[in-house]
Design a binder for this molecule. Structure first.
Ligand SMILES: Nc1nc2c(c(=O)[nH]1)N[C@H]1C(S)=C(S)[C@@H](COP(=O)(O)O)O[C@H]1N2
Ligand SMILES: [Mo]
Length: 468
């Protein structure tokens, strides 16, 4: 046992030599390393659970509920967290624990939640209906059962809230800091408004064929059955392309928080299009310029026009390990790991830099790569123990590249007219906050400090943030 342990230490510390190995040889060595560091795995994965005695009396056995539906090991404690600037989980904005994500599928229990209504409806599926009307030949009301009789598809797609990674969270920072909160810079707090699931449902194009779309129709207004009757305009072209009405999430019914029993799934578009508790779709000949479309979720562009109906999420990647709040135990070999996604096509390439952007190396991409989905990337890294900045940059199959923060600033211009940001200037906090509140996909920098702790270096390096 002891000798095994020291083997592992030697392996991790010998990273210098190993980092030069072909990548294919890493998993075997890593598997060996894991077996000796991960509690539980060494005992066949059952950890310290005592074996029940003959009378079936055991204090540390799974509950009946665990056996019927499943529960995780009591050693696992990761949960969603309430968004910054909100007061507790009841604000109904709860974020995915990206620092602990594995692979590409987000378990439903970790899927982020954004609800604008002040409650989450509990809908009886036998009473729920979806009405398609407006510029159609046969306005139709479908029950959930009827929807499920149509030919279905299952597809892996990300959702991302338009406000993810938004600087508005840093505006909330001062408030939270005063309230004594300390978790606002964690990857989960800043970037946790994205998740990926396998969604199952019926292509909207099939339902639209069923009702007969009239020639003059060019937009769809979708609405959900929740208190605010959330609605959104979407082009008919997108509706006919890859949108579907989903009832399944990761092999089971949608979770209540995710829109049970029906939600719209609009691949690659901002989260706000994915109407939950979907109850009606109206075919019309123009967008409705709803409040959420013209006031919320838009940036002002350099030409003074707002980014209305620019709906597609840009190429984006994030290193999830190591990130804030991880702390590396010392120099040696680590696997940098993260996620990349794009609202247009597939991720084709992710590059990683471990020397503050001076050099870049291609990361390994988890296969298969799904369209408009998180793609997991991995990259072995030998950390020499010195302070450095690590980052990732992705490219999609069309060659669209994730921008730097300054390139993004140039793209959107300033939110406040009159503020011009020269490319070489170090931004002050408030100047940065004025770049863009929405659709933020800049390259994310993490500073690894000599003590192994990791801090945000994209936004929080800005001098005034710590002074807030
Ligand atoms: N009915 C309804 N649908 C909704 C919302 C809402 O508040 N009500 N929020 C939207 C927004 S802004 C986002 S980002 C996504 C979030 O989906 P999720 O909560 O399943 O993660 O749902 C969208 N659909
Ligand atoms: Mo959102």
């Amino acid at each position: 046992m002891n000798s095994k342990k020291s083997d592992r230490r030697a392996f991790l510390k010998r990273g210098a030599a190993l980092a030069g190995l072909a990548v294919g040889s890493i998993p075997f060595a890593k598997g060996k390393a894991l077996a000796s560091v991960t509690p539980g795995l060494i005992n066949g994965g059952i950890g310290n659970t005592p074996i029940p005695n003959k009378l079936g009396v055991a204090t540390d056995e799974p509950t009946i509920q665990d056996l019927l539906y499943g529960g995780r090991s009591s050693y696992e404690t990761t949960v969603r967290m309430p968004a910054t600037g909100t007061r507790g989980a009841t604000a109904l904005r709860n974020l995915t624990p990206l620092q602990d994500t594995i692979g590409v599928i987000t378990p439903a229990s970790y899927h982020y939640i954004v609800m604008h209504d002040n409650h989450i409806p509990n809908i009886d599926p036998s009473k729920h209906i979806l009405t398609i009307f407006g510029m159609v030949d046969r306005p139709t009301t479908f029950t959930v059962e009827e929807i499920k009789r149509f030919p279905s598809v299952s597809r892996v797609h990300f959702l991302e809230c338009t406000g993810n990674s938004g600087l508005m969270h840093f505006k909330a920072y001062a408030h939270d800091k005063k309230a004594g909160r300390t978790d606002m810079t964690m990857i989960q707090a800043v970037h946790g408004r994205t998740s990926t699931s396998e969604w199952t449902g019926v292509p909207l194009s099939l339902l639209l064929k069923e009702v007969g779309v009239q020639k003059q129709a060019s937009w769809c207004i979708s609405q959900g059955q929740s208190t605010e009757g959330r609605a959104r305009s979407m082009t008919l072209a997108k509706a006919m392309d890859d949108v579907f009405v989903a009832y399944g999430q990761n092999g089971e019914a949608l979770r209540r928080e995710q829109g049970y029993p029906l939600r719209l799934l609009v691949p690659g578009f901002q989260g706000t299009f994915n109407i939950k508790y979907l109850s009606s779709i109206k075919l019309v000949d123009k967008p409705y310029y709803l409040e959420a479309e013209v006031i919320g979720y838009t940036n002002l562009k350099p030409d003074g026009k707002a980014s209305w109906y620019e709906s597609q999420v840009g190429p984006k990647s994030l290193i999830t390990f190591p990130s804030d709040p991880h702390k590396l135990p010392g120099r040696g070999l680590y696997e940098i790991s993260g996620i990349a996604w794009c609202g247009r096509g597939k991720i084709a390439r992710v590059e990683v830099s471990t020397d503050n952007g001076r050099t870049w190396k291609d990361a390994n991409l988890q296969q298969p790569i799904f369209t408009k989905s998180w793609t997991r990337f991995r990259h072995p890294w030998n950390w020499d123990g010195a302070e450095t900045v690590i980052m990732s940059r992705c490219t999609n199959e069309y060659g669209d590249i994730q921008p730097t923060l300054l390139e993004l600033a140039g793209l959107w211009g300033s939110e406040r007219p009159g503020i011009h940001i020269p490319a070489e200037k170090v931004l002050s906090f408030w100047e940065t906050a004025s770049i863009s509140e929405f659709l933020n996909n800049p390259i994310q920098l993490w500073r690894v400090k000599p003590d192994g702790s990791v801090e945000d270096a994209t936004y929080s390096q800005l001098p005034n943030l710590s002074a807030l």
